[in-house]
Each structure stands twice: as C-alpha cells, then as structure tokens.
Design a protein. Structure first.
Length: 210
C-alpha cells in the first residue's frame, strides 16, 4: 500500500490524530474547554468532507486513502464517544458505546472475510447515514455540555452536577431534559446495530449468488 503525501491524505490522517486533543479538552470541565472541543470536532468533521472531495477533483485518490478514510472515521467516533464516558454524567452510556464499537469491529471483520472469499460489497447508504447520525449526536452532546456550563455560570451554581443545574434552571422540566441525551443515545445505538445487521444480510445475499 503506497502512501502519497498529498492534501487528502494529510486531512484524513489529521482526523485521527486530532481525537486525543478533543478528548483532552472534553475531559476537563470549563466553558472554554468545551468550546475548543466543539471547534476541533467541527474541523475533524470538515476533513471528512473535503479529503474525498479534493481527492476526486484533483485525481489524488489512492489505495491508502481508500483504506484509511473509513478507519479514521471509526477512530474519530470511537474516540469522541469514549471521551464522553470519561465524564461521570455519561457513565450510563457505556453499553451503548460498546454496541457502536462492536458493530464496527464486526463489519470490519466481515469485510476482510468476504474479501478473502471473493465476495465484494460496497458501503451502503444506510452505513454512510450511520456515521452522519453518530457525528450529529456527538455535536448534540457537546452542545448539551456547553449549555449546561452557560446555565451554571448564569445561576452561579457551585456544583457541576447536571441534574442540579438543570433543576435550578427549569424546576419542572429539568429532570426530563437531562434524560434526553440517554434517550437519543439509545436511538443511535439501535440504528448503528441495524446497519451491522444490514451488512450481514447483504453479505449472505451476495454469498448465495456466488
């Protein structure tokens, strides 16, 4: 696999390398830290758009890019979601994050196995949508943290307990609001799991034809 030092590959690699930096700022509480984390995640998301676009426009597609681009996407999603788990409020999301990681490992194994069996299948629209949904939800969680920080500052609340902050801001609806991230996480994990099942069904269908 030949590596070429060009803009698309640099953007792809930077998407993976920026993950620990995002997690660093995500881990430490503070309004400035979460804003920096959001900006870095925005940059990482844009690299996913522009690396392929530039590669196609300037005929800089490569075997390395085709291999590492989806891997960089997985590193970004895994890293960000694991970064959320480092914050006490999101501990309960561990089972759902495991579903996302195990699904990706299963699909990666299935791809390599099918390639050895001369069964080739393309990335489905459902799988591409899955990545977009995961990234959108990552932004939702970050903005949830950002808004919580802003409320904490406005109401001058000493603790950084999410339930306490939202209850002080909206006494009647606060408890329901802090549950929204978990409800959305359930949806994301179920959707992710379904895309893995879809890959398996696609593989079995192609295997029967061959």
């Amino acid at each position: 696999m030949n590596f070429k030092l060009n803009i698309p590959n640099i953007l792809t690699i930077s998407r993976a390398l920026i993950v620990p930096i995002i997690c660093y700022f995500l881990y430490f509480d503070g309004l400035v830290n979460i804003i920096i984390a959001i900006l870095l995640l925005t940059f990482a998301s844009l690299t996913d758009t522009f690396d392929g676009m530039i590669a196609r426009k300037f005929n800089q597609t490569s075997e390395f890019g085709a291999f590492f681009d989806p891997l960089a996407d997985k590193i970004l999603v895994w890293g960000i979601y694991i970064g959320f788990l480092l914050k006490p409020f999101f501990y309960n999301m561990l089972p759902f994050v495991l579903i996302i990681i195990l699904r990706d490992l299963f699909v990666t194994f299935l791809r390599f196995y099918s390639k050895n069996k001369n069964v080739e299948f393309k990335t489905s629209f459902l799988a591409k949508t899955k990545t977009a949904v995961q990234m959108i939800f990552a932004f939702v969680l970050m903005f949830f943290i950002l808004i919580t920080h802003i409320i904490k500052l406005i109401f001058k609340i000493d603790t950084f307990n999410y339930q306490t902050i939202w209850h002080a801001f909206l006494p009647r609806a606060g408890e329901a609001i802090v549950n929204i991230p978990f409800i959305l996480m359930i949806f994301v994990s179920i959707f992710t799991l379904w895309t893995g099942i879809d890959y398996l069904l696609q593989y079995l269908k192609l295997r029967r034809k061959t």
